[in-house]
Write a protein that binds this ligand. Structure first.
Ligand SMILES: Nc1ncnc2c1ncn2[C@@H]1O[C@H](COP(=O)(O)OP(=O)(O)OP(=O)(O)O)[C@@H](O)[C@H]1O
Ligand SMILES: [Mg+2]
Length: 269
């Protein structure tokens, strides 16, 4: 088609905020603009409270109560998600977009086995019966390298370590075979070796499926090692965005420069 078909997600001048007790909107996102090209490994980086999760949740249409968007566009594969019919949006999102939420353990329901929860997501997205959904759930656990997936299927979230819970969340996110997978702080709180394993796993899954990924993190070091494209956010605004090499080697925004020096990234030449 044209150059725009190369863009999987296009967010333009997105603004929104939370309503306070006087029904005033307190801005949380202001004119957020960025795009993600198909097949890249993108990142949104910024300090805590900069609006990374709210931006991602806006894309998924899953923002918390009290939040509303006041302006802007979100195009997924060229279609404006915000103006389309809600049923069509659900269908499109359900098949093309997926997200691993911040804090994997909290996102898992403690009263159901992990296998049941993954199979449930499989059944929502794929037209299969219970047995086949369980089989596919086990296959997904295997794909995210959970050892002994058959045994793990029967366990409850509290029996999973942080890293294993994160893998289970990844398995659920893959159940809809997404073309864009957003991962919100997938390695925060995990120890360094497990972080590296999870990031390797994400890279391998991406390479095998050809999906586009968007990693949300406050760690520019992780971005430098794992991503091609980066969006830098602060206080609900995009400070700058572009190729990872360009932004890390020749940042133009003072906040990006600060992030680079805080993360003690050695400049590559
Ligand atoms: N449920 C909520 N009610 C009110 N304000 C909220 C709510 N969730 C987030 N906010 C506010 O919205 C802003 C953006 O939050 P967001 O969660 O997107 O930040 P973030 O960049 O993901 O931070 P972190 O790195 O800590 O996850 C923050 O100022 C936060 O306090
Ligand atoms: Mg967040």
């Amino acid at each position: 088609m044209n150059a725009s078909s190369d863009v999987v997600l296009d967010v333009k001048r997105l603004s929104g905020g939370f309503e306070d007790t006087d029904h005033q909107i307190l801005p949380v996102l202001t004119d957020v603009t960025f795009s993600i090209r198909r097949g890249v490994s993108a990142a949104i980086v910024g300090e805590s409270g900069s609006g990374k999760s709210i931006t991602a949740l806006s894309v998924l249409g899953l923002t918390p109560a009290g939040f509303s968007l006041t302006a802007g566009q979100i195009r997924f594969e060229g279609e404006d998600l915000l103006t389309m019919d809600p049923a069509r949006r659900r269908k499109l999102s359900g098949r093309g977009l997926s997200m691993v939420f911040q804090d994997a353990r909290a996102a898992l329901n403690p009263v159901f086995t992990v296998g049941w929860q993954i199979a449930d997501v499989v059944r929502i997205h794929q037209d299969v019966g219970r047995r086949e959904a369980r089989r596919r759930a086990e296959e997904l656990l295997d794909r995210v390298r959970v050892p002994e997936p058959a045994r793990r299927m029967k366990q409850y979230p509290h029996e999973f370590s942080g890293g294993m819970a994160q893998r289970a969340m990844l398995a659920m996110a893959l159940a809809c075979q997404p073309r864009l997978l957003i991962l919100d702080e997938p390695t925060t709180g995990l120890d360094v070796t497990i972080q590296a394993d999870i990031l390797d796993l994400i890279a391998d899954l991406k390479a095998a499926s050809g999906m586009t990924t968007c990693l949300i993190t406050h760690d520019l070091g992780v971005v430098a090692e794992n991503c091609d494209q980066v969006v830098v956010m602060q206080q609900g605004c995009v400070r700058e965005s572009g190729s990872c090499a360009q932004i890390i080697n020749t940042p133009t925004d003072p906040y990006t420069k600060q992030l680079i020096s805080d993360s003690r990234l050695v400049e590559t030449s």
